[in-house]
Design a protein around this ligand. Structure first.
Ligand code: KG4
Ligand code: ZN
Length: 419
Protein backbone atom coordinates (compact mmCIF):
# COMPACT_ATOMS: atom_id res chain seq x y z
CA UNK A 1 0.00 0.00 0.00
CA UNK A 2 1.60 3.24 -0.99
CA UNK A 3 1.36 6.40 1.04
CA UNK A 4 -1.12 7.98 -1.34
CA UNK A 5 -3.63 5.09 -0.99
CA UNK A 6 -3.25 5.12 2.78
CA UNK A 7 -4.09 8.79 2.81
CA UNK A 8 -7.15 8.21 0.66
CA UNK A 9 -8.37 5.47 2.98
CA UNK A 10 -7.87 7.69 5.98
CA UNK A 11 -9.86 10.38 4.27
CA UNK A 12 -12.71 8.05 3.39
CA UNK A 13 -12.97 6.90 7.03
CA UNK A 14 -13.35 10.45 8.24
CA UNK A 15 -16.90 11.68 8.89
CA UNK A 16 -18.66 13.38 6.03
CA UNK A 17 -17.86 17.07 5.70
CA UNK A 18 -19.88 19.08 8.15
CA UNK A 19 -22.69 21.25 6.98
CA UNK A 20 -21.50 24.79 6.48
CA UNK A 21 -23.26 28.01 5.66
CA UNK A 22 -22.45 31.68 5.37
CA UNK A 23 -25.51 33.68 6.32
CA UNK A 24 -26.28 37.35 5.96
CA UNK A 25 -28.60 38.16 8.83
CA UNK A 26 -30.90 41.10 9.29
CA UNK A 27 -32.48 42.21 12.58
CA UNK A 28 -34.50 45.37 12.99
CA UNK A 29 -31.49 47.58 13.67
CA UNK A 30 -28.54 45.40 12.79
CA UNK A 31 -26.92 43.40 10.00
CA UNK A 32 -24.37 40.59 10.48
CA UNK A 33 -22.51 37.93 8.55
CA UNK A 34 -22.37 34.61 10.42
CA UNK A 35 -20.55 31.48 9.29
CA UNK A 36 -22.06 28.35 10.76
CA UNK A 37 -20.68 24.86 10.79
CA UNK A 38 -21.78 21.59 12.36
CA UNK A 39 -24.89 19.87 13.63
CA UNK A 40 -27.45 20.76 16.27
CA UNK A 41 -25.33 19.00 18.84
CA UNK A 42 -22.11 20.71 18.06
CA UNK A 43 -22.30 23.92 16.09
CA UNK A 44 -19.66 26.57 15.69
CA UNK A 45 -20.62 30.09 14.71
CA UNK A 46 -18.07 32.63 13.55
CA UNK A 47 -19.14 36.24 13.36
CA UNK A 48 -17.46 37.79 10.31
CA UNK A 49 -19.26 41.12 10.31
CA UNK A 50 -21.60 42.71 12.81
CA UNK A 51 -22.98 46.19 12.27
CA UNK A 52 -25.30 47.51 14.93
CA UNK A 53 -27.09 50.81 14.91
CA UNK A 54 -28.36 52.08 18.19
CA UNK A 55 -31.63 53.97 17.88
CA UNK A 56 -31.48 54.76 21.56
CA UNK A 57 -30.60 58.45 21.19
CA UNK A 58 -33.51 59.33 18.92
CA UNK A 59 -36.00 57.36 21.00
CA UNK A 60 -34.67 58.84 24.23
CA UNK A 61 -36.53 62.05 23.45
CA UNK A 62 -39.79 60.10 23.53
CA UNK A 63 -38.96 57.77 26.40
CA UNK A 64 -39.53 54.59 24.42
CA UNK A 65 -39.54 52.91 21.03
CA UNK A 66 -41.97 54.58 18.62
CA UNK A 67 -42.97 52.33 15.73
CA UNK A 68 -43.12 54.96 12.99
CA UNK A 69 -39.87 56.56 14.11
CA UNK A 70 -38.25 53.14 14.38
CA UNK A 71 -39.35 52.34 10.83
CA UNK A 72 -37.99 55.55 9.33
CA UNK A 73 -34.73 55.32 11.22
CA UNK A 74 -34.35 51.74 10.29
CA UNK A 75 -34.93 52.33 6.59
CA UNK A 76 -32.33 55.08 6.49
CA UNK A 77 -29.67 52.91 8.10
CA UNK A 78 -30.07 49.52 6.49
CA UNK A 79 -27.84 50.11 3.49
CA UNK A 80 -24.93 51.57 5.54
CA UNK A 81 -25.30 48.65 7.99
CA UNK A 82 -25.25 46.16 5.14
CA UNK A 83 -22.18 47.83 3.64
CA UNK A 84 -20.35 47.76 6.97
CA UNK A 85 -21.20 44.13 7.75
CA UNK A 86 -20.13 42.93 4.28
CA UNK A 87 -16.97 45.02 4.32
CA UNK A 88 -15.98 43.70 7.76
CA UNK A 89 -16.59 40.18 6.48
CA UNK A 90 -14.35 40.99 3.46
CA UNK A 91 -17.23 40.19 1.14
CA UNK A 92 -17.65 43.62 -0.34
CA UNK A 93 -15.88 43.82 -3.70
CA UNK A 94 -16.28 47.16 -5.45
CA UNK A 95 -17.28 47.19 -9.07
CA UNK A 96 -18.58 49.76 -11.49
CA UNK A 97 -20.02 47.39 -14.08
CA UNK A 98 -23.03 46.13 -12.19
CA UNK A 99 -25.95 48.03 -13.69
CA UNK A 100 -29.34 46.73 -12.64
CA UNK A 101 -31.86 46.15 -15.40
CA UNK A 102 -35.02 48.22 -15.75
CA UNK A 103 -37.06 45.21 -14.69
CA UNK A 104 -34.94 44.70 -11.57
CA UNK A 105 -35.24 48.36 -10.60
CA UNK A 106 -38.98 48.28 -11.07
CA UNK A 107 -39.31 45.20 -8.95
CA UNK A 108 -37.27 46.75 -6.14
CA UNK A 109 -39.35 49.90 -6.32
CA UNK A 110 -42.51 47.84 -5.96
CA UNK A 111 -41.05 45.93 -3.03
CA UNK A 112 -39.77 48.99 -1.20
CA UNK A 113 -42.55 51.39 -2.12
CA UNK A 114 -43.27 52.23 1.52
CA UNK A 115 -39.64 52.77 2.48
CA UNK A 116 -38.70 56.32 1.54
CA UNK A 117 -35.17 56.58 0.21
CA UNK A 118 -34.29 52.95 0.90
CA UNK A 119 -34.83 51.83 -2.68
CA UNK A 120 -32.59 54.53 -4.14
CA UNK A 121 -29.82 53.87 -1.60
CA UNK A 122 -30.04 50.14 -2.21
CA UNK A 123 -29.95 50.41 -6.01
CA UNK A 124 -26.88 52.67 -5.80
CA UNK A 125 -25.18 50.22 -3.46
CA UNK A 126 -26.04 47.15 -5.52
CA UNK A 127 -24.66 48.77 -8.67
CA UNK A 128 -21.30 49.27 -6.98
CA UNK A 129 -20.63 45.87 -5.41
CA UNK A 130 -20.28 42.38 -6.76
CA UNK A 131 -22.61 39.69 -5.51
CA UNK A 132 -21.08 38.52 -2.22
CA UNK A 133 -20.43 34.85 -1.57
CA UNK A 134 -23.32 33.97 0.70
CA UNK A 135 -25.60 30.94 1.09
CA UNK A 136 -28.73 32.51 2.57
CA UNK A 137 -30.31 35.55 4.15
CA UNK A 138 -31.83 35.21 7.62
CA UNK A 139 -34.30 37.88 8.65
CA UNK A 140 -36.40 38.49 11.74
CA UNK A 141 -39.92 37.65 10.75
CA UNK A 142 -41.63 38.25 14.07
CA UNK A 143 -42.94 38.66 16.63
CA UNK A 144 -42.28 42.38 17.07
CA UNK A 145 -43.32 45.88 16.04
CA UNK A 146 -44.95 45.36 12.65
CA UNK A 147 -43.77 48.46 10.74
CA UNK A 148 -40.13 48.02 11.71
CA UNK A 149 -40.25 44.30 10.96
CA UNK A 150 -41.58 44.88 7.48
CA UNK A 151 -38.69 47.12 6.53
CA UNK A 152 -36.26 44.31 7.39
CA UNK A 153 -38.35 41.69 5.63
CA UNK A 154 -38.71 43.70 2.43
CA UNK A 155 -35.02 44.55 2.49
CA UNK A 156 -34.22 40.83 2.74
CA UNK A 157 -36.61 40.15 -0.15
CA UNK A 158 -34.91 42.81 -2.27
CA UNK A 159 -31.47 41.29 -1.66
CA UNK A 160 -32.82 37.79 -2.19
CA UNK A 161 -34.22 38.88 -5.56
CA UNK A 162 -31.05 40.53 -6.82
CA UNK A 163 -28.55 38.03 -5.42
CA UNK A 164 -30.74 34.98 -5.86
CA UNK A 165 -30.46 33.78 -2.28
CA UNK A 166 -33.01 31.89 -0.17
CA UNK A 167 -34.57 33.62 2.82
CA UNK A 168 -34.69 32.02 6.26
CA UNK A 169 -37.58 33.75 8.09
CA UNK A 170 -36.47 33.64 11.72
CA UNK A 171 -38.54 33.81 14.85
CA UNK A 172 -37.05 36.53 17.04
CA UNK A 173 -37.65 34.53 20.24
CA UNK A 174 -35.73 31.55 18.88
CA UNK A 175 -32.90 33.98 18.19
CA UNK A 176 -32.85 35.01 21.86
CA UNK A 177 -32.98 31.37 23.00
CA UNK A 178 -30.03 30.38 20.82
CA UNK A 179 -28.08 33.47 21.90
CA UNK A 180 -28.40 32.18 25.48
CA UNK A 181 -27.55 28.60 24.58
CA UNK A 182 -24.21 29.35 22.90
CA UNK A 183 -20.91 29.70 24.71
CA UNK A 184 -18.49 32.41 23.69
CA UNK A 185 -15.40 30.37 22.92
CA UNK A 186 -13.38 33.29 21.82
CA UNK A 187 -15.11 36.60 22.42
CA UNK A 188 -12.53 38.70 20.59
CA UNK A 189 -12.60 36.55 17.47
CA UNK A 190 -16.37 36.28 17.81
CA UNK A 191 -16.50 32.50 17.88
CA UNK A 192 -19.42 30.83 19.60
CA UNK A 193 -20.24 27.16 20.07
CA UNK A 194 -23.39 25.28 20.99
CA UNK A 195 -22.81 21.92 22.56
CA UNK A 196 -25.49 19.40 23.34
CA UNK A 197 -28.52 21.14 24.82
CA UNK A 198 -30.68 18.87 26.90
CA UNK A 199 -34.39 19.20 26.24
CA UNK A 200 -36.99 19.99 27.33
CA UNK A 201 -35.91 23.58 27.53
CA UNK A 202 -37.67 26.42 29.27
CA UNK A 203 -36.83 29.96 28.20
CA UNK A 204 -37.75 33.27 29.72
CA UNK A 205 -37.45 36.11 27.22
CA UNK A 206 -37.24 39.47 28.93
CA UNK A 207 -36.87 42.51 26.70
CA UNK A 208 -38.53 45.78 25.78
CA UNK A 209 -40.94 43.97 23.50
CA UNK A 210 -41.38 40.64 25.28
CA UNK A 211 -41.85 38.94 28.63
CA UNK A 212 -42.60 35.34 27.82
CA UNK A 213 -41.99 31.84 29.08
CA UNK A 214 -41.29 29.60 26.11
CA UNK A 215 -41.31 25.83 26.50
CA UNK A 216 -39.47 23.74 23.91
CA UNK A 217 -39.46 19.98 23.45
CA UNK A 218 -36.80 20.38 20.81
CA UNK A 219 -35.30 23.05 18.59
CA UNK A 220 -38.07 24.62 16.56
CA UNK A 221 -40.90 23.26 18.72
CA UNK A 222 -41.88 26.18 20.90
CA UNK A 223 -44.91 26.96 22.97
CA UNK A 224 -45.50 30.22 24.86
CA UNK A 225 -46.69 29.13 28.31
CA UNK A 226 -46.83 32.49 30.09
CA UNK A 227 -46.62 36.16 29.14
CA UNK A 228 -47.10 39.64 30.50
CA UNK A 229 -50.63 40.96 30.62
CA UNK A 230 -49.50 44.56 30.28
CA UNK A 231 -46.01 46.08 30.30
CA UNK A 232 -42.94 44.02 29.44
CA UNK A 233 -40.10 43.88 31.98
CA UNK A 234 -37.97 46.11 29.77
CA UNK A 235 -40.78 48.65 29.53
CA UNK A 236 -41.14 48.61 33.32
CA UNK A 237 -37.42 49.36 33.66
CA UNK A 238 -37.61 52.11 31.04
CA UNK A 239 -40.78 53.72 32.42
CA UNK A 240 -39.58 53.65 36.03
CA UNK A 241 -36.24 55.05 34.88
CA UNK A 242 -38.09 57.85 33.11
CA UNK A 243 -39.99 58.68 36.30
CA UNK A 244 -36.61 59.25 37.86
CA UNK A 245 -35.28 61.34 35.03
CA UNK A 246 -33.06 58.64 33.51
CA UNK A 247 -33.10 58.76 29.68
CA UNK A 248 -34.23 55.83 27.49
CA UNK A 249 -33.24 53.01 27.55
CA UNK A 250 -33.16 53.37 31.31
CA UNK A 251 -32.56 49.73 32.32
CA UNK A 252 -28.75 49.73 32.58
CA UNK A 253 -28.51 53.13 34.33
CA UNK A 254 -31.36 52.28 36.72
CA UNK A 255 -29.43 49.14 37.61
CA UNK A 256 -26.28 51.17 38.36
CA UNK A 257 -28.23 53.42 40.72
CA UNK A 258 -29.83 50.37 42.36
CA UNK A 259 -26.34 49.06 43.13
CA UNK A 260 -25.54 52.31 44.89
CA UNK A 261 -28.75 51.94 46.88
CA UNK A 262 -27.82 48.42 47.98
CA UNK A 263 -24.32 49.54 48.94
CA UNK A 264 -25.80 52.30 51.08
CA UNK A 265 -28.19 49.82 52.71
CA UNK A 266 -25.32 47.49 53.51
CA UNK A 267 -23.43 50.19 55.38
CA UNK A 268 -26.25 52.11 57.11
CA UNK A 269 -29.24 49.75 57.18
CA UNK A 270 -31.13 50.89 60.28
CA UNK A 271 -31.34 54.50 59.21
CA UNK A 272 -32.30 53.74 55.61
CA UNK A 273 -34.69 50.81 55.91
CA UNK A 274 -37.81 52.97 56.15
CA UNK A 275 -36.96 55.62 53.54
CA UNK A 276 -38.69 53.70 50.75
CA UNK A 277 -41.89 51.67 51.03
CA UNK A 278 -41.74 48.03 50.03
CA UNK A 279 -42.93 47.64 46.46
CA UNK A 280 -45.38 44.90 45.36
CA UNK A 281 -44.19 41.66 43.76
CA UNK A 282 -47.11 41.26 41.31
CA UNK A 283 -48.71 38.00 40.17
CA UNK A 284 -46.86 35.64 42.48
CA UNK A 285 -50.18 34.08 43.54
CA UNK A 286 -51.84 34.21 40.11
CA UNK A 287 -51.65 30.44 39.70
CA UNK A 288 -50.44 30.77 36.13
CA UNK A 289 -47.19 31.81 34.50
CA UNK A 290 -48.32 35.28 33.48
CA UNK A 291 -46.75 38.54 34.57
CA UNK A 292 -47.99 42.07 35.15
CA UNK A 293 -45.72 45.04 35.69
CA UNK A 294 -47.99 48.06 35.36
CA UNK A 295 -48.96 47.91 39.06
CA UNK A 296 -45.34 47.90 40.13
CA UNK A 297 -44.64 50.88 37.89
CA UNK A 298 -47.63 52.72 39.40
CA UNK A 299 -46.41 51.92 42.92
CA UNK A 300 -43.09 53.57 42.04
CA UNK A 301 -44.99 56.55 40.59
CA UNK A 302 -46.99 57.01 43.84
CA UNK A 303 -43.82 56.76 45.87
CA UNK A 304 -42.15 59.42 43.71
CA UNK A 305 -45.21 61.69 44.04
CA UNK A 306 -45.25 61.20 47.80
CA UNK A 307 -41.57 62.00 48.21
CA UNK A 308 -41.57 64.99 45.86
CA UNK A 309 -38.12 66.10 44.69
CA UNK A 310 -35.98 62.97 45.14
CA UNK A 311 -32.64 63.19 46.92
CA UNK A 312 -29.82 61.02 45.54
CA UNK A 313 -30.15 58.47 48.29
CA UNK A 314 -33.94 58.26 47.86
CA UNK A 315 -33.46 57.71 44.13
CA UNK A 316 -30.84 55.00 44.70
CA UNK A 317 -32.99 53.20 47.29
CA UNK A 318 -36.08 53.37 45.10
CA UNK A 319 -34.15 51.91 42.16
CA UNK A 320 -32.85 49.12 44.44
CA UNK A 321 -36.33 48.30 45.74
CA UNK A 322 -37.76 48.26 42.21
CA UNK A 323 -34.96 46.05 40.90
CA UNK A 324 -35.32 43.71 43.90
CA UNK A 325 -39.04 43.43 43.18
CA UNK A 326 -38.44 42.54 39.51
CA UNK A 327 -35.74 40.04 40.45
CA UNK A 328 -38.02 38.41 43.05
CA UNK A 329 -40.81 38.11 40.49
CA UNK A 330 -38.47 36.58 37.89
CA UNK A 331 -37.06 34.07 40.37
CA UNK A 332 -40.36 33.03 41.93
CA UNK A 333 -42.13 32.76 38.58
CA UNK A 334 -39.21 30.74 37.19
CA UNK A 335 -39.48 28.31 40.12
CA UNK A 336 -43.24 28.01 39.49
CA UNK A 337 -42.68 27.52 35.76
CA UNK A 338 -40.14 24.75 36.37
CA UNK A 339 -42.63 22.98 38.65
CA UNK A 340 -45.25 23.00 35.90
CA UNK A 341 -42.79 22.37 33.09
CA UNK A 342 -39.87 20.38 34.45
CA UNK A 343 -37.08 21.30 32.06
CA UNK A 344 -33.47 20.17 31.84
CA UNK A 345 -32.23 23.49 30.51
CA UNK A 346 -33.37 26.97 31.46
CA UNK A 347 -32.34 30.01 29.41
CA UNK A 348 -32.85 33.68 30.10
CA UNK A 349 -32.74 35.86 26.99
CA UNK A 350 -33.53 39.37 25.75
CA UNK A 351 -32.23 42.80 26.68
CA UNK A 352 -33.04 42.57 30.39
CA UNK A 353 -30.97 39.37 30.66
CA UNK A 354 -27.97 41.73 30.70
CA UNK A 355 -29.12 42.77 34.19
CA UNK A 356 -26.49 41.65 36.70
CA UNK A 357 -28.85 41.60 39.69
CA UNK A 358 -31.32 39.27 37.96
CA UNK A 359 -28.50 37.09 36.58
CA UNK A 360 -26.97 36.72 40.05
CA UNK A 361 -30.34 35.83 41.55
CA UNK A 362 -30.85 33.07 39.00
CA UNK A 363 -27.28 31.81 39.33
CA UNK A 364 -27.83 31.43 43.07
CA UNK A 365 -31.12 29.62 42.50
CA UNK A 366 -29.57 27.12 40.06
CA UNK A 367 -26.25 26.72 41.93
CA UNK A 368 -27.32 23.84 44.16
CA UNK A 369 -28.26 21.56 41.24
CA UNK A 370 -31.39 20.56 43.14
CA UNK A 371 -33.55 21.60 40.21
CA UNK A 372 -31.89 19.07 37.88
CA UNK A 373 -31.78 21.85 35.33
CA UNK A 374 -28.88 23.78 33.81
CA UNK A 375 -29.01 27.56 33.63
CA UNK A 376 -27.73 29.28 30.49
CA UNK A 377 -27.29 33.02 30.21
CA UNK A 378 -26.31 34.97 27.09
CA UNK A 379 -22.71 35.94 26.46
CA UNK A 380 -21.88 39.63 26.55
CA UNK A 381 -23.28 41.43 23.53
CA UNK A 382 -25.89 38.77 22.80
CA UNK A 383 -28.50 39.87 25.38
CA UNK A 384 -29.93 42.87 23.59
CA UNK A 385 -31.25 42.61 20.05
CA UNK A 386 -28.56 41.74 17.53
CA UNK A 387 -28.34 40.24 14.07
CA UNK A 388 -25.86 37.54 15.10
CA UNK A 389 -28.54 35.59 16.96
CA UNK A 390 -30.78 35.80 13.88
CA UNK A 391 -28.05 34.22 11.74
CA UNK A 392 -27.61 31.48 14.35
CA UNK A 393 -31.35 30.78 14.46
CA UNK A 394 -31.44 30.84 10.64
CA UNK A 395 -28.83 28.08 10.56
CA UNK A 396 -30.84 25.99 13.00
CA UNK A 397 -33.89 26.44 10.76
CA UNK A 398 -31.77 25.20 7.87
CA UNK A 399 -30.64 22.17 9.92
CA UNK A 400 -34.23 21.14 10.53
CA UNK A 401 -35.11 21.65 6.86
CA UNK A 402 -37.56 24.44 7.57
CA UNK A 403 -38.85 25.85 4.28
CA UNK A 404 -36.92 28.75 2.86
CA UNK A 405 -38.65 31.52 0.97
CA UNK A 406 -37.75 33.73 -1.91
CA UNK A 407 -38.41 37.33 -2.83
CA UNK A 408 -41.72 36.55 -4.48
CA UNK A 409 -43.20 34.70 -1.50
CA UNK A 410 -45.62 36.54 0.72
CA UNK A 411 -43.73 36.26 3.98
CA UNK A 412 -46.72 37.37 6.00
CA UNK A 413 -48.47 34.15 5.05
CA UNK A 414 -45.90 31.71 6.45
CA UNK A 415 -47.58 29.52 9.03
CA UNK A 416 -44.45 27.63 10.05
CA UNK A 417 -43.32 30.37 12.39
CA UNK A 418 -46.26 30.46 14.71
CA UNK A 419 -45.78 29.15 18.22
O1 KG4 B 1 -33.96 42.71 23.62
P1 KG4 B 1 -33.88 44.21 23.55
O2 KG4 B 1 -32.58 44.79 23.08
O3 KG4 B 1 -34.97 44.77 22.59
C1 KG4 B 1 -36.28 44.40 22.58
O4 KG4 B 1 -36.63 43.35 21.99
O5 KG4 B 1 -37.01 45.15 23.24
O6 KG4 B 1 -34.27 44.77 24.99
C2 KG4 B 1 -34.20 46.15 25.31
C3 KG4 B 1 -34.61 46.35 26.75
C4 KG4 B 1 -34.75 47.83 27.15
O7 KG4 B 1 -35.99 47.97 27.79
C5 KG4 B 1 -33.60 48.05 28.13
O8 KG4 B 1 -33.87 49.01 29.14
C6 KG4 B 1 -33.46 46.68 28.73
O9 KG4 B 1 -33.65 45.79 27.64
N1 KG4 B 1 -32.13 46.49 29.34
C7 KG4 B 1 -31.94 46.34 30.66
C8 KG4 B 1 -30.54 46.20 30.84
N2 KG4 B 1 -29.94 46.26 29.63
C9 KG4 B 1 -30.94 46.44 28.70
N3 KG4 B 1 -32.81 46.32 31.68
C10 KG4 B 1 -32.31 46.13 32.92
N4 KG4 B 1 -30.99 46.00 33.18
C11 KG4 B 1 -30.07 46.03 32.18
N5 KG4 B 1 -28.77 45.89 32.46
ZN1 ZN C 1 -35.50 41.13 21.39
Amino acid sequence: MNIQTEKNEEASQKPQPLTQMRILSIETTAVAVVEAEGSYHNTTFRVRGNALYSQAKKHAAFGGVYPSLAKREHAANLVPLLGTALRDAKLSIDTIAQKLTKEQKEYLQKLLVREEGLCHALVTYLEHVEKPTLDAIAVTHGPGLEPALWVGINFARALSYIWNLPILPVNHLEGHIIASAVHAEDQSAQKYVVEEITFPLLGLIVSGGHTEFVYAEDWGKYRVVGATRDDSIGEAFDKVARLMGIPYPGGPELSNLANKGRQALATRPAHLMSVIKKMPRPMLQSGDLDFSFSGLKTAVLYQVQELGELSDIQRHLLCAEFEDAVRDVVITKTAQALEQYPARTFVLGGGVSANTHIRKGLEKMFASNELGCTLRLPAEGLSTDNAVMIGMAGYFMHLRNAPTLDAKDDLSATGNLKF
